[in-house]
Design a protein around this ligand. Structure first.
Ligand SMILES: [Zn+2]
Length: 184
């Protein structure tokens, strides 16, 4: 599990999404009659990453978690930017199937999986990108997809923060209070 340094609702949301990833993987193993912790589990994970486009994104993310990058030693797809194997795997991650939940705007599930990927491999992203995606996690998990104007407003607000403030803030609502303290 990833402990999100900023805490608050983004950390709670990430924990909930990670639990859903693990739940889905357990179900997937059961469907294939495979026990956790066996070489069969590793083989199954390998077969998932061979063609990510035919599996749900939670299964794909769980499979990557169970494989180690031969070049950098991180979980596959989660190594430093510039590790070719991880960069490629991280790209294929996004070919996975995303099914919007009932009564949520189309694209919400895509937003959730992207925000989850960013929050789980934060070193692969800049402080501002991290901030936007991580603050968005609780909204997306709750089935809300910010529209274009709202997303632009969030981005503009984040731009007013220093990188240190970006790391500390735990909700979009806090941003005006934090950034207004600065002499501009
Ligand atoms: Zn790597």
């Amino acid at each position: 599990m990833t402990a999100l340094p900023r805490g608050g609702r983004p950390a709670e949301a990430l924990a909930a999404v990670e639990a859903s990833i693990e739940d889905r993987w357990r179900l997937f193993l059961a469907e294939y009659g495979v026990s956790p912790g066996t070489t069969e589990e590793t083989d199954l994970a390998e077969s998932v990453v061979d063609d990510t486009s035919v599996f749900e994104w939670r299964i794909v993310d769980a499979a990557y978690d169970r494989l180690t990058c031969a070049d950098c030693g991180s979980h596959l797809g989660s190594g430093p930017v510039g590790c070719d194997k991880c960069d490629q795997a991280d790209g294929f991650r996004f070919a996975a199937i995303e099914t919007d939940r009932p009564a949520t705007p189309p694209g919400t599930e895509h937003g959730l999986r992207v925000a989850t990927a960013v929050a789980r491999a934060r070193h692969r992203h800049g402080a501002r990108a991290r901030c936007g995606f991580e603050l968005g996690l609780p909204l997306l998990l709750g089935g809300q997809l910010p529209g274009t104007a709202q997303a632009q407003a969030y981005r503009a607000a984040i731009d007013k923060l220093t990188e240190e403030e970006c790391e500390r803030v735990t909700s979009f609502e806090e941003i005006p209070g934090i950034s207004s303290r600065r002499v501009r």
